[in-house]
Design a protein around this ligand. Structure first.
Ligand code: AP5
Ligand code: MG
Length: 214
């Protein structure tokens, strides 16, 4: 099963993608997590990506597309995957479609998690992210068992550099301009499914299971 998560920054793509990956035993591939791991490890890719991410801008397509096409070609992705944060522009979607076409494959579901902008800024200020495994928490809506420590891997939880309110607003603008057109793109490809992302995390997940099947 090949799945894409669509939705604004903070809509809950990562939160739901983790649960989908676990239920269907497929890898969760988040370009944001890949970039953050590279920043943490001080790689060349990380240095380049950081300058864009800190401003709330997208990392250029040429740094992103090959990375994802390589990742989905690995053995653990043979039975499918859940892509979170990619594609994010029409050229990225076209690059993905082309790479899949070459293998006679296609995306099965593009799940759009819908949350209005008003709800997003609130959520982001309470978000805590694990730099170790990419798990995401919220101080109110999804608190870790022990404050500041990841339930899954014991890593340290941090406030992301790009979660300051002014950067969140910039990311929302970039989303509307560059990423929202993908809803129509995957609608035309007959892969689009929509869920109401303002509901409780568990309710959103059960709506997603209804789409993907038990
Ligand atoms: P990325 O890491 O992908 O960030 P994003 O898309 O802005 O999305 P977020 O991770 O902020 O939100 P999310 O939807 O995953 O929400 P979450 O589950 O955490 O990208 C970061 C940057 O990297 C980009 O700005 C860009 O620069 C670069 N980048 C990445 N991919 C790229 C690409 N393909 N091309 C170019 N550049 C790229 O949830 C948010 C919070 O809300 C959490 O605290 C969570 O606990 C809480 N929450 C979740 N669901 C609910 C709910 N139902 N009710 C209440 N709270 C909830
Ligand atoms: Mg995320």
């Amino acid at each position: 099963m090949k799945i894409i998560m669509l939705g604004a920054p903070g809509a809950g793509k990562g939160t739901q993608a983790k649960q989908i990956a676990s239920k269907y035993s497929i890898p969760h591939i988040s370009t944001g997590d890949i970039f953050r791991a590279n920043i943490k490890n001080g790689t060349e890719l990380g240095k380049k990506a950081k300058s864009y991410m800190d401003q709330g801008l997208l990392v250029p397509d040429e740094l992103t597309c090959d990375l994802v096409v390589d990742r989905i070609s690995q053995d653990d992705a043979a039975a499918g995957y859940v892509l979170d944060g990619f594609p994010r522009t029409i050229p990225q979607a076209e690059a993905l479609t082309e790479a899949l076409n070459k293998r006679g494959e296609k995306i099965d579901y593009a799940i759009n998690v819908e949350v209005p902008d008003e709800n997003i800024v609130n959520r982001m200020s309470g978000r805590r992210a694990c730099l170790g495994c990419g798990a995401t928490y919220h101080v109110v809506f999804n608190a870790p068992k022990k404050e500041g420590i990841c339930d899954s891997c014991g890593g340290e939880l941090v406030l992301r550099d790009d979660d300051k309110p002014e950067t969140v607003q910039k990311r929302l603008n970039v989303y509307h301009e560059q990423t929202q057109p993908l809803i129509e793109y995957y609608g035309k490809a007959d892969a689009l499914a929509e869920v109401d992302g303002t509901q409780d995390i568990d309710v959103v997940f059960s709506d997603i299971i209804k789409i993907l099947g038990e």
